[in-house]
Write a protein that binds this ligand. Structure first.
Ligand code: BGC
Length: 370
C-alpha cells in the first residue's frame, strides 16, 4: 500500500513538472502563469515568419508582460484553435498574422467577444469589424518597387514579362500586384514589355486601375499560393509553352523571395533564356546569397524589427490603458481599420552590404562572397 502511494505521488510530481514545462514553452518575459499578449503567426515553413518569431523574442527580452507565440502551419482551423488556446490563457491583446484573411474573421470575432484587442499583423484580416488595429509595411510600395526595378533594367522593346503573384487568400497579394501594375501597365501598353504568361493581364493592359475582380482574374492565372513548389511548377509550365519570341532576355515579377528563388532556378536552367531580371521581397538570407551570386536581381527589404516594435509598442500602450497612435486606415471590406505603416527598402547587389550588414540586420559571416 505504502509503495503504491509513493508511486502515485512520484507519478503526480512528474506530471506536474512536465505540465509546467509545457506551459512555459514558447513563452517569453514577465511573471509565469498568465499570458498578456498572444501572438499567432501563419507558418514555420517559410523563413519570413520564423524570422518574425525570432525578432519578437529579441524584442521581448526583459519585458514586464508575458507573451506566447503560436504557429498556424498554413491551416485556418489550427489558427482558430491557437486563438482559443490564447483566449483561455487570459490574453488582453492578440497580435495575429492571418493564414487566410477572410477565414481568420471567425477567430478574431471569438477574441473580440472576450474584449480582447485585436491587432492584425502584416496581413489584414478582412470582412469583419473585429479588428482594432493593423501594423503593416507599405505593401503597395513593395509591388511598385518590384515593378520599377524591372522597368529600370529593361532591354530594348517587346521584352517578355512573366508575372507571378502571391496567394489570393492574402490581401497583401492584391496590394503587391496592384503596386506593380501601377508602374508596369503603361510600359506594357506602350510595348516596352509584352506579357508572356497571362491572357487576363494582356486583356487588361490598357487599364491603369484594376478592380478587385480584375486583379482576381490575373491572380487566378499567375498565383504561386506563396508556395515555392507551386511557383516552380507554374514557371516550368510557362516556359514549356513559351514560343522563341517569349524567351531570350526576359523580366520576371516574382512576389517574394521564396517563390523568386524557385522561379529563378527554372529560368536559369532553360537554355533559351539568355538573361532574366527577377524581383523578390523579404530579404531572406537564402535570397541575399542569391543576390550576391547574381541569381536573384533584387529583394525588397522589410525591416521586421520595426514591425515587431510597432506591434509590441501598440500592445503595451493598450495594456497601459492608452490609445495607440496610427498613421492612416486600411479598408478591410467591412470597416476602415486604423493602421501604422512602415516603409520598405529596395536591395540589390549595389547596396546589400550597406542596408543589411551595416544596419546589423544580418552578420557578414552569414554570406559567402560579399
Ligand atoms: C508577406 C510577405 C510574405 C508572404 C508569404 C505576405 O503577406 O507580407 O512578406 O513573403 O506573405 O508568406
Amino acid at each position: 500500500m505504502k509503495k503504491l502511494v509513493k508511486m502515485l505521488s512520484l507519478m503526480m510530481a512528474v506530471m506536474l513538472f512536465t505540465g509546467m514545462l509545457a506551459a512555459c514553452s514558447g513563452k517569453t518575459g514577465g511573471k509565469a502563469g498568465k499570458v498578456d499578449v498572444g501572438i499567432v503567426l501563419p507558418t514555420k515553413d517559410e523563413p519570413r515568419w520564423v524570422q518574425d518569431e525570432q525578432r519578437f523574442k529579441d524584442a521581448l527580452k526583459g519585458s514586464d508582460y508575458t507573451t506566447e507565440i503560436l504557429f498556424s502551419q498554413g491551416s485556418s482551423a489550427k489558427e482558430k484553435e491557437n486563438v482559443e488556446t490564447l483566449i483561455n490563457k487570459g490574453i488582453k491583446v492578440l497580435i495575429i498574422c492571418p493564414q487566410d484573411g477572410d477565414a481568420a474573421a471567425a477567430a478574431v470575432e471569438a477574441a473580440k467577444k472576450e474584449k480582447i484587442t485585436v491587432i492584425s499583423y502584416d496581413r489584414l484580416i478582412t470582412h469583419t469589424d473585429a479588428v482594432d488595429y493593423y501594423v503593416t509595411f507599405d505593401s503597395v510600395a513593395v509591388g511598385a518597387a518590384q515593378g520599377q526595378y524591372l522597368i529600370d533594367h529593361v532591354k530594348g522593346k517587346d521584352m517578355p514579362l512573366y508575372l507571378y503573384a502571391g496567394a489570393a487568400s492574402d490581401n497583401n497579394a492584391f496590394l503587391f500586384f496592384q503596386g506593380a501594375w501601377s508602374v508596369l501597365q503603361p510600359k506594357i501598353a506602350d510595348g516596352t514589355f509584352k506579357v508572356a504568361n497571362s491572357s487576363a493581364a494582356e486583356g487588361l493592359k490598357e487599364k491603369q486601375e484594376l478592380s478587385r475582380e480584375e486583379l482576381s482574374k490575373i491572380l487566378g492565372q499567375v498565383t504561386t499560393n506563396w508556395d515555392a513548389n507551386d511557383a516552380k511548377n507554374k514557371a516550368q509550365t510557362h516556359l514549356t509553352a513559351a514560343s522563341a519570341a517569349l524567351k531570350g532576355d526576359v523580366a520576371v515579377l516574382a512576389p517574394n523571395d521564396g517563390t523568386a528563388r524557385s522561379i529563378a532556378d527554372v529560368f536559369a536552367s532553360d537554355g533559351d533564356i539568355k538573361s532574366y531580371v527577377v524581383t523578390g521581397q523579404d530579404a531572406e538570407k537564402a535570397s541575399i546569397q542569391y543576390v550576391i551570386d547574381s541569381k536573384q536581381s533584387m529583394t525588397v527589404f522589410k525591416d521586421v524589427r520595426t514591425l515587431v516594435k510597432d506591434a509590441m509598442g501598440m500592445a503595451v500602450t493598450i495594456l497601459d490603458g492608452k490609445k495607440p497612435e496610427t498613421t492612416g486606415t486600411y479598408d478591410n471590406g467591412k470597416i476602415k481599420v486604423n493602421a501604422k505603416q512602415t516603409n520598405v527598402i529596395v536591395v540589390d547587389k549595389e547596396n546589400v552590404k550597406k542596408e543589411l550588414i551595416d544596419s546589423d540586420y544580418y552578420k557578414a559571416s552569414d554570406f559567402k562572397g560579399l
